[in-house]
Design a binder for this molecule. Structure first.
Ligand code: CMC
Length: 423
C-alpha cells in the first residue's frame, strides 16, 4: 500500500522531502522546510486568483465543475428547487432540512426581525434617486453594523445566531427600500401575516403578487443561496477572519459580488442583449468576442467546465414566468446567442457555457425589476450562504486571520533623499 505522502526533490540542493497528503492536498506550510540555506525563508506557492488553493475545509456546498454538480449539504440543487428558499437557508445554516415545525419556527424567527430600525427611512432619503441600487444596499448592510453594535461579539454563539437571523430577514427589507428609493417611491413597511418572499414582493411593489412570480423568485433565491468559495464568499471569510461584525463582513462580500465578472454579470447580460438589439446583429457581436474586444457576459465559469446546473433551472423558470408576463423580447436574442456560441469552436475549446446569470436578468426584467436591482436580488439570496460560511469559519480551529503572502519584486533597500536633493 503506497504511503499517503508526496516525495519532493529540490534540485537546487539535491535534498528530498516527504510531505504528508491529507484529503488530496499537501499543506502549503509544509513547503516552508524546503530551503536552500538556513537564511532562506522557505518555499511558497504562487497562486494568483487562487486557482488551486484550498483556503478552508467546508461541509456546506459541494461543486463538481466537470460533471456539473451542485449540492447543498449533499442535496442536489435540482431537488432542492422543489422546496423553498427559507428551507435551503435553514439547510445551509444548520446542516439538515427542517421538519414542518422547525420550518415554521424558523420562518417566524425571520419574520419577527424583518423590520429595519427607524433611522433607515432617513438613511435612504440621503441618496440621490439615480444611485445604483446595489450601492445603496451595500451601504445599508454597513449601516446595520452601526444599528447593532452588540453584533460585534462574534465569538458568542448566541449573539451570532441572533444576527444571522436578523441579517437574512433584513437584507430583504434593505433591498426593497433601496429599490423604492431608486424609483423615487415612498417606502413600504413589512406586512404581518405574509411569508418572507411574499413580504418582500409586497414591500417592493405594494400589490398582491402573482403566485407564479413569487415561486419563480423563490426558485432563483434557492439557486443563488450558496456556491462554495467564490469571490464574494471568500471575501466574507477573509473579512470575517479579522472578527469584524457580520454586517461589516456582509457589506464587503456584497462589494465583491457587485463586479461584472461575478454577481454583476446578470445586469451586464441585459445591457449586452440590449446593445446587440436583434438577432441579425449577433454574428458581428460574436466576432468582437472572439477578437477579445468584449466578453460574452453570462458565459463561462471558473469552476463549471461542462454546464452550470443552475442555468438549466433558470431557463425552465423563465418559461413559467413568461407564460404569465408575456415573453421578454430579448429572449430571442439570448436563445440565438446561446445557440451560436455553443456551436462555435472558440467557446467549445474554452468550455464556455451559459452560467446562472445568462437568463436570470431576463426573468427579473419580466417581473418588473430594473437592471440595477438584479445583483441585489443575487446578494439577498447569497446572504444565507455567506452567513453559513462565516459561522463555519468562526467555529473552525484551523482558521486564523487571513493573510496571504507575496513575492516581492520591488526595489531593494535604498536611502531616503530629501526633497531639495531629488532630481
Ligand atoms: N466571453 C468570451 N471569452 C471568455 C469568456 C466570456 N464570457 N469567459 C472566458 N473567456 C475566455 C478567456 O478570454 C480565456 O481565453 P484565452 O484562453 O484565449 O485567453 C479563456 O476563456 C479562459 O478564461 P479566464 O478568464 O481565464 O477564465 P476565468 O475562470 O478566470 O473566468 C469568468 C471565469 C466567469 C470570470 C469568465 O468566464 C467571465 O468573465 N465570464 C463573463 C462574466 C460572467 O458571466 N460572470 C458570472 C459568473 S457565474 C455567477 C457567479 O457565480 O458569479
Amino acid at each position: 500500500m503506497p504511503a499517503d505522502t508526496l516525495t519532493l526533490i529540490d534540485n537546487r540542493t539535491a535534498k528530498t522531502y516527504e510531505l504528508p497528503i491529507k484529503d488530496g492536498t499537501i499543506k502549503a506550510t509544509d513547503l516552508r522546510q524546503v530551503k536552500v540555506d538556513a537564511n532562506d525563508f522557505g518555499m511558497m506557492t504562487y497562486d494568483p486568483a487562487y486557482m488551486n488553493t484550498a483556503a478552508c475545509k467546508s461541509r456546506i456546498t459541494f461543486i463538481d465543475g466537470d460533471k456539473g454538480i451542485l449540492n447543498y449539504r449533499g442535496y442536489p440543487i435540482e431537488q432542492l428547487d422543489e422546496g423553498s428558499y427559507i428551507e435551503s437557508a435553514y439547510l445551509l445554516l444548520y446542516g439538515e432540512l427542517p421538519n414542518a415545525s422547525q420550518l415554521a419556527h424558523f420562518n417566524g424567527e425571520l419574520l419577527e426581525r424583518v423590520e429595519l430600525p427607524a433611522f433607515f427611512d432617513r438613511f435612504f432619503d440621503g441618496f440621490e434617486q439615480h444611485a445604483h441600487t446595489m450601492s445603496m444596499w451595500m451601504a445599508g448592510l454597513a449601516a446595520l453594523s452601526a444599528a447593532y453594535p452588540e453584533s460585534r461579539k462574534v465569538l458568542d454563539a448566541t449573539v451570532r445566531k441572533e444576527f444571522i437571523l436578523r441579517a437574512i430577514a433584513q437584507v430583504l427589507t434593505l433591498a426593497a427600500y433601496a429599490y423604492r428609493r431608486g424609483q423615487g417611491l415612498p417606502l413600504i413597511r413589512p406586512k404581518a401575516g405574509l411569508g418572507l418572499v411574499d413580504n418582500f414582493v409586497h414591500m417592493l411593489f405594494e400589490k398582491e403578487p402573482h403566485p407564479v412570480l413569487v415561486r419563480a423568485l423563490d426558485v432563483l433565491f434557492i439557486l443563488h443561496a450558496d456556491h462554495e468559495q467564490n469571490c464574494s464568499t471568500s471575501t466574507m471569510r477573509l473579512v470575517g477572519s479579522s472578527q469584524a461584525d457580520p454586517f461589516t463582513s456582509l457589506s464587503a462580500a456584497a462589494g465583491a459580488l457587485f463586479g461584472p465578472l461575478h454577481g454583476g454579470a446578470n445586469e451586464a447580460v441585459l445591457k449586452m442583449l440590449r446593445q446587440i438589439g436583434s438577432v441579425e446583429h449577433i454574428p458581428e457581436f460574436i466576432t468582437r468576442v472572439k477578437a477579445g474586444e468584449v466578453r460574452l457576459m453570462g458565459f463561462g465559469h471558473r469552476v463549471y467546465k461542462n454546464y452550470d446546473p443552475r442555468a438549466r433551472i433558470v431557463k425552465q423558470t423563465a418559461e413559467s414566468v413568461f407564460a404569465v408576463t408575456g415573453k421578454n423580447p430579448l429572449l430571442d436574442v439570448a436563445v440565438e446567442l446561446e445557440r451560436i456560441a455553443l456551436s462555435d469552436e472558440y467557446f467549445i475549446k474554452r468550455k464556455l457555457y451559459p452560467n446562472v446569470d445568462f437568463y436570470s436578468g431576463l426573468i427579473y426584467e419580466a417581473m418588473g425589476f430594473p437592471a440595477d436591482m438584479f445583483t441585489v436580488l443575487f446578494g439577498v439570496a447569497r446572504t444565507s450562504g455567506w452567513l453559513a460560511q462565516w459561522e463555519e469559519l468562526l467555529g473552525d480551529e484551523d482558521q486564523k486571520i487571513g493573510r496571504p503572502r507575496q513575492i516581492f519584486l520591488g526595489e531593494g533597500k535604498r536611502d531616503y533623499v530629501t526633497l531639495e536633493n531629488r532630481k
